[in-house]
Design a protein around this ligand. Sequence first.
Ligand code: CIZ
Ligand code: SF4
Length: 296
Amino acid sequence: MIAEIERLKKARNATILAHNYQIADIQDLADFVGDSLELSQKAAALDSDVILFCGVHFMAETAAILAPEKTVLIPDVRAGCPMADMITAAEMRQWKEEHPGKKVVCYVNTSAEVKAECDICCTSSNAVNVVASLDANDILFAPDKNLAAYVARFTDKRITAWDGYCYVHHNFLARHVRQLRERHPAAEVWVHPECRPEVIDLADKVLSTGKMVKEAKMTGKREVILGTEEGIIHRLNKLNPSTRFYPLRANAVCSNMKKITLSKVLKAIQDMVYRVEISPEISRRARGAIEKMVKL
Ligand code: CIZ
Ligand code: SF4
């Protein structure tokens, strides 16, 4: 399968991008592995005709928005993000009507339609800076209430959060941190800002996946406990074989990320499916929110 994917990739002038949470086979096959923004920016900068995006749907959409002249494919259209699905564009419009005059920040984990309704987008790496940059004291933040609570630690602005969350990160509990610290007393604990506030309180470092990758290259620690989706451990092990990376709990798995398999990638490149298409109007408005963030 890998040989056939490689052959078709060349024939179609395609590039394979994979998110940090993809299965090991897909990460190893990909031309680039990264977080959603890194991959979308890569998609825009490359001179390939086709981008085969191995991740969840909103990520492939962001790539399609930033690279409108390319064909963006996702190997399984059902690979969605349950957190992104927690707010629709209609709900966002109604929420804004209930809070006139507030600036609206949306996490990159939202549909293109929701991004089109927002003032500015953010990722888990830059959410604190994005909120700080706004010339407003009242902010609406969607959809992740945990990321919103994390940002609120660094600002005096009033943040009203949507009641969304990522089930993979929300399922890490304070007792998991205490148990793992007991088992590995010399280990450092790194958690993602999508974790609950009580988990963040117990961590040594709070890092997006992009920052975990940078930190893993530099760390002098021999053992690290990771509070994020366990797919990233494959990447960190390759980058730093002398540190041991332990998951904060068993089965910290995003089942949607794992819907992308080698056989689906092969079908995608054979049949040129499934195309990620966004209406020009939604794409233009969503791009405005993303570009404001990128400029910052
Ligand atoms: O932006 C991403 O890729 C996500 C969803 C998380 C992260 O920390 O990289
Ligand atoms: Fe969505 Fe969480 Fe899965 Fe990321 S890990 S795609 S935020 S459900």
